[in-house]
Design a protein around this ligand. Structure first.
Ligand SMILES: NC(=O)c1ccc[n+]([C@@H]2O[C@H](COP(=O)([O-])OP(=O)(O)OC[C@H]3O[C@@H](n4cnc5c(N)ncnc54)[C@H](OP(=O)(O)O)[C@@H]3O)[C@@H](O)[C@H]2O)c1
Length: 287
């Protein structure tokens, strides 16, 4: 059975992808700077290779004997360079397929509006030139990140504070991204174009406030604030996040596609279901 290497495996999305591959009895290898933490997470279910993107020797070792690669790295100034060096190591090792976790479609197209989207676009272009099958997954904003944070804020009594209460987002549940990633890793062939992944519906902050008011049986306040100002010394990640905020406030993330449903043969997970689950998790943590 072919071996699959996952980078970013100990992170939010990577863990979900590894769990799914292991549940299907796939041979999974991961690359991590923190082998002990990885052992705590995955036990003996995966092969753990200690290494990092800046260490080509560790990349050559990790890609040896690998057939498929799930390529994920965090938003950073080094995103493009890191992912390109992993792709080079994969090509040298004879890897046959790369599934890349890319940026949201609205950060990539049109170019020049997001430093993070532009970095992902550079990697996508590089992958297209390699003699390896590859596909880029472009997920919309994840429910598990900004929406989960909004719910936590509301539960501690804070209002929902946004630049534009009417700017919707086609949030996607990260479990759906993981399901699509596994599908593209294991299917006979990959999509020939980038996959724009979204949830089933667009919700605005005003609608989220209303949904939460109904479930919590109390009013949830919504306040409008100016977009976050950046200090001149802000690092890459903070600049990227500030740009996401501006693009979302301009309505760019108000997109849904049927890609998850058409690939997986079932609807993508809904916002209502995520909110109920998240409230149950927070209640269990508090109790
Ligand atoms: N959140 C969203 O709404 C959203 C939307 C679209 C796209 N994305 C994309 O999703 C990606 C982030 O995914 P995530 O949130 O799951 O990541 P994350 O939780 O921040 O995890 C980062 C992972 O990268 C690994 N890593 C970091 N630096 C490394 C290095 N130098 N060498 C080797 N491994 C390294 C870490 O492993 P160790 O610490 O174990 O080494 C960890 O597993 C980004 O590319 C982002 O653009 C996110």
């Amino acid at each position: 059975m072919s071996r699959i290497l996952v980078t970013g495996a100990t992170g939010r999305l990577g863990q979900l992808i590894v769990e799914r591959l292991v549940a299907q009895n796939r041979t999974v290898r991961i690359l991590t700077r923190r082998p002990e933490a990885a052992r705590d997470l995955f036990g003996a279910t995966v092969q753990i290779f200690a290494g990092e993107f800046a260490d080509r020797i560790s990349l050559d070792a990790a890609t040896q004997g690998v057939d498929r690669l799930l390529l994920l790295s965090p938003i950073s100034e080094r995103l493009a360079a890191d992912q390109i060096v992993v792709a080079d190591a994969a090509q040298a090792a004879g890897v046959r397929r790369i599934v890349k976790i890319s940026g949201s479609d609205w950060t990539i197209d049109p170019p020049g509006l997001s430093i993070s989207g532009d970095a992902h676009a550079a990697v996508e272009q590089y992958l297209r030139r390699l003699a390896i099958d590859s596909v880029s997954l472009r997920p919309n904003a994840w429910m598990q990140v900004s929406l989960a944070n909004t719910i936590r804020q509301v539960l501690v009594g804070n209002p929902i504070s946004v630049a534009n209460p009417e700017a919707g987002v086609g949030y996607i549940d990260a479990r759906d991204i993981a399901d699509v990633a596994v599908h593209q890793l294991l299917d006979e062939k990959v999509s020939s174009t980038p996959l724009n992944l979204t949830g089933p519906e667009i919700v605005t902050p005003r609608q989220i406030a209303s949904l939460l008011s109904t479930v919590l049986k109390r009013p949830v306040a919504l306040v409008e604030r100016p977009p976050s100002a950046l200090t001149p010394d802000a690092d890459f990640e903070h600049r990227a996040v500030a740009q996401f905020g501006c693009l979302i406030a301009a309505g760019r993330a108000a997109v849904t596609t049927g890609v998850v449903a058409s690939l997986l043969g079932r609807p993508s997970r809904s916002i209502e279901a995520f909110i109920s689950e998240q409230l149950a998790i927070e209640a269990a943590l508090a109790g």
